[in-house]
Design a protein around this ligand. Structure first.
Ligand code: GRF
Length: 189
């Protein structure tokens, strides 16, 4: 059985979509969901979906060796960041080489980097008059949004699209592609 650990800081709609996608899969299981936000909606989703969830406060997250050991004890094959807003410490990156992936709601290298998350990304896409946007799934390294790109998918941006509409289109792309990309990565290894 291949094990995935998901990380999310907010709503967790991608987490829910990924959990549904792998429900009943004979080879892939969601071992746990981790969050750094005590009130994150993702925790309610995990309750409803019956998925084990862990909350780490800042002190626990900064105790790198502790987090490292907890995660290692779960023996994950892949760590998946889906809307996780805390930087991954170098010791974790070293402990799971090429096993941590992130989804970013733009076509990187455009609209990436520190501070570029959530609707800020879509606001910038709109303000710059882009005619398309999309998603990027990439490996996580020590810098925000800079690891090797594994997959991108695009959607058109119409002049009439609001920021909310762009966000909705990007979420639809995420739901359609992200679980499939995760499955492909796990079946290659
Ligand atoms: C997604 O758009 C993802 O690309 C980004 O954070 C958002 C998370 O959305 N990294 P949700 O919490 O899964 O609804």
């Amino acid at each position: 059985m291949k094990k995935i650990i998901l990380f999310a800081s907010g709503s967790g709609s991608n987490v829910e979509n990924i959990v549904h996608y792998f429900q009943g899969d004979p080879e892939i299981v969601i071992a746990a969901v981790c969050t750094n936000k005590r009130n994150a909606k993702v925790l309610d989703r995990c309750d409803r979906l019956n998925v084990p969830a862990f909350y780490f406060n800042r002190a626990a997250w900064q105790q790198e060796s502790q987090i490292h050991n907890i995660l290692l004890s779960l023996a994950p094959d892949l760590l998946v960041l889906a809307g996780f807003l805390r930087k991954i410490p170098p010791t974790l990156i070293d402990a799971f080489p090429d096993k941590i992936i992130n989804i970013h709601p733009s076509l990187l290298p455009k609209y990436g980097g520190k501070g570029m998350y959530g609707s800020k990304v879509h606001e910038a896409v709109k303000a710059n008059g882009e005619t398309e946007t999309g998603i990027t799934v990439h490996l996580v390294n020590a810098n925000y949004d800079e690891g090797a790109i594994l997959h991108q998918a695009t959607t058109p941006v119409l002049p009439t699209d609001t920021v909310a509409r762009i966000a909705e289109k990007v979420h639809q792309l995420e739901y359609a592609h992200f679980p499939r990309i995760i499955a492909a990565l796990l079946t290659q290894t």
